[in-house]
Ligand binder design. Structure first.
Ligand code: AMP
Length: 506
């Protein structure tokens, strides 16, 4: 049997291929036939490049139906999709392109100059824009080249363990790691979610998440593909647009920030949500306050779930049954989740420990990091998630912290170590510590605490302005504090907990 993920989705397309697959915010309609033909054309183009098996196709493109087609075409043609956050700048792109060595890079026309330079320097053979002309010529765009090719393509045979995608994540060292996900991993996870969330005929997904992250791509878009359901596609989250389209939707998925923003809009009420069957939240903790306010305003109980790039979704509050605020629910069927002490022994009910997981959804390892991969698995093949939590007597899990000090701001992961290394390079800076401070809108706000070199004056505004040029906006600290020294424990480690306490009031 062909385990290519596209084959699974293809078997779930609606009978009438002229049904709407995607409706965009500006009322453009794409049918399932458009998807089938469009992905075939792109797959034919990729096949015509005679790339070696396992080649990575990197995409640094804005969200659009065509971007999703590029993803599906890559999978269909048997290559490995590498989505990259559109906010990434040169330093970040250099790292990913050097590390993943993609055979093809697809980017936006406005970034073509610098992205292609980085790509060619790293021996990438082909750099395209997706659909838009560059330099006034349309010949370089992937879609214009693909337009001449056949709209028929036989989906390439793939096994369960063959790679479909690499998602870059990070770890304790702050160096991004590529999580390798196979066709089997992605299929197993979406089959479970399809059942768990009771996807059904007539469902319409309002899709407001980005496509370069697991949540928007492998949970939201995969969910609709697996059910042959229409998506209403917003290029980005915007409360007014969400409120406008919710009355025609049955499912909405978001990060907690989206729910906070919807609640802050007085237009958002029960009538907006009349047709909605399910609100899902994840990627960062949903405050009990938001959960309660949302219920009071709309009558809906948000379903919170928990997952990560390496494993897909691990736990979910139930569709039928008690959705407990402040918890991420029990393990999904077929997924084994356990909480262990630092010695690796099982924790008692409600005892806090490390969350570990095993199941067909768990990734194939980190790209070109066999030792790191081995370190993250126990001898009985459980993956160490790096999250810390507890399980109650009904199997519901609560996440209490992140052993790796990850900051989640507006649903995006920010790795302190990465920002610290950029700050430490700035003139006049001796050292720095980056922490997350609770923030009502972003969940956590990136905050930097900096020690200046002797006699140097540092200004918060200057540092923020300089960082804006160097790193993606979501990683730039919202506040910068200048201190004389960082608090350290006897082992010389910076005590970030003390910094969090000190600056959370400010
Ligand atoms: P990512 O790989 O970008 O999806 O980030 C995964 C991390 O997000 C997890 O390891 C958790 O720390 C965090 N996360 C995901 N969902 C939740 C949730 N519902 N509550 C708290 N943290 C979450």
């Amino acid at each position: 049997m062909n385990a290519n993920l596209y084959t699974l989705f293809r078997s779930r397309f609606p009978r009438d291929l002229d049904d709407c697959w995607i409706e965009t915010a500006d009322a453009q309609y794409y049918s399932w036939r458009d998807l089938e033909r469009g992905s075939a054309k792109i797959a034919n183009l990729l096949a015509s490049l005679h790339l070696p098996a396992g080649s990575r196709i990197a995409a640094h493109v804005e969200k659009s139906p065509e971007a999703l087609m590029l993803y599906l075409a890559t999978v269909r043609a048997g290559f490995v999709y590498l989505p990259l956050n559109t906010a990434y700048r040169a330093a970040e792109m250099s790292y990913f392109i050097e590390d993943a060595a993609p055979a093809v890079v697809v980017c936006s026309p406005e970034n073509f100059g610098w992205v292609s330079q980085i790509a060619f320097k790293n021996d990438t053979g082909h750099v395209f824009t997706l659909d838009e002309p560059r330099n006034g010529r349309n010949s370089g765009s992937l879609l214009s080249r693909a337009a001449h090719l056949s709209d028929d393509f036989t989906t390439v045979h793939r096994d369960d363990t063959d790679l479909a995608a690499i998602l870059y994540t990070s770890g304790t060292t702050g160096r991004s790691k590529g999580a390798m996900l196979s066709h089997g991993n992605l299929a197993a996870n979406i089959k479970v979610l399809h059942e768990a969330w009771r996807w059904q005929a007539g469902d319409v997904l309002l899709h407001a998440l980005p496509l370069f992250h697991i949540h928007g791509l492998f949970v939201a878009a995969h969910g609709a593909l697996m059910n042959g359901s229409k998506m209403i596609f917003l290029s980005k989250f915007d409360s007014a647009a969400v409120i406008h389209h919710l009355p025609r939707s049955t499912i909405f998925m978001g990060v907690p920030t989206y729910y906070v923003r919807l609640l802050s809009d007085p237009q958002f009420d029960r009538s907006t949500c009349e047709k909605i069957r399910l609100f899902v939240s994840g990627s960062a903790p949903l405050l009990t306050e938001t959960f309660d306010d949302f219920k009071q305003r709309t009558g809906h109980t948000i379903l919170e779930r928990y997952g990560m790039s390496e494993t897909g979704m691990l736990t979910s509050n139930p569709y039928e049954g008690n959705r407990k605020a402040g918890t991420v629910g029990p393990a999904l069927p077929g997924v084994s989740v356990r909480i262990v002490t630092t010695q690796g022994t099982p924790c008692a009910i409600d005892e806090i420990g490390d969350i570990q997981v095993k199941g067909p959804n768990v990734f194939q390892g980190y790209w070109q990091m066999p030792e790191k991969t081995a370190e993250e698995f126990t001898s009985d093949r459980y993956f160490k998630t790096g999250d810390v939590g507890r399980m109650d007597n009904e199997g519901y899990i609560s996440i209490v912290g992140r052993s790796k000090d990850l900051i989640i701001s507006g649903g995006y992961n920010v790795y302190p170590k990465e920002i610290e290394s950029v700050i430490d390079e700035l003139p006049g800076v001796l050292e720095s510590a980056v922490i997350g401070i609770a923030h009502p809108d972003f969940g956590e706000a990136v905050t930097a605490v900096i020690v200046p070199r002797d006699g140097c004056q540092l200004s918060e505004a200057d540092i923020i302005a300089t960082l804006k040029e160097k790193i993606a906006n979501f990683k730039v600290p919202k506040r910068v504090y200048v201190v004389e020294e960082l608090p350290r424990n006897t082992m010389g480690k910076v005590q970030k907990n003390l910094l969090r306490e000190k600056f959370s009031a400010g």
